[in-house]
Design a protein around this ligand. Structure first.
Ligand code: FEO
Length: 172
């Protein structure tokens, strides 16, 4: 059985993962409107991955006899100045998610909920990967700067993300 405190904080986090999915969907729309289909494809896959994160928390709360309380999802921004600004915003968002996961770990440890701690360990590792992935794209966008050909090359690379998304889905 989940404690009231953990149930409450996990429900807040479900909302935040839903917001992540919503944010990356908004980013996918902006990228596509700029002709960057590879960036859009990548962000669509990321949005789906965030939905999988939602469901991990959703199922865990229910499996532990808790109640899922779905709340309103905040509207994400709809425009960014450049692909670099967009990816920097996404990277900052992931850093914030990591901080939220760390705070959840602090909570479950203080409540001595070992099952919840084991559950969260997957997210601790996932966030290391997420931050690194976003940081890598930010670094490459900084390298190419305003060079349109460089941005289109990165666009082509990001278009190949499907396999990674499928692999994550199979391990979820
Ligand atoms: Fe669900 Fe990208 O953190």
């Amino acid at each position: 059985m989940l404690s009231e405190r953990i149930q409450g904080e996990f429900n807040v986090h479900i909302n935040h993962e839903l917001y992540s999915s919503y944010l990356y969907l908004a980013m996918a729309a902006w990228c596509e409107s700029k002709g960057l289909r590879g960036f859009s494809h990548w962000m669509r896959a990321q949005s789906q991955e965030e939905s999988q994160h939602v469901m991990r928390f959703f199922d865990f709360v229910l499996d532990r006899g808790g109640d899922v309380e779905l709340r309103s999802i905040a509207a994400p921004p709809s425009a960014w100045e450049t692909p670099l600004h967009l990816f920097e915003a996404a990277h900052s968002h992931e850093i914030e998610v990591s901080q939220r996961i760390n705070a959840l770990v602090d909570t479950v440890l203080s409540e001595r909920d070992h099952a919840a701690n084991v559950f969260l360990n997957w997210f601790v590792n996932e966030q290391v990967e997420e931050e690194a992935t976003f940081a890598d794209v930010v670094a490459r966008l900084k390298l190419v700067g305003d060079d349109g050909r460089g941005i289109l090359l990165i666009d082509q690379e990001l278009a190949s993300r499907a396999a990674a998304a499928a692999a994550d889905a199979s391990s979820a």
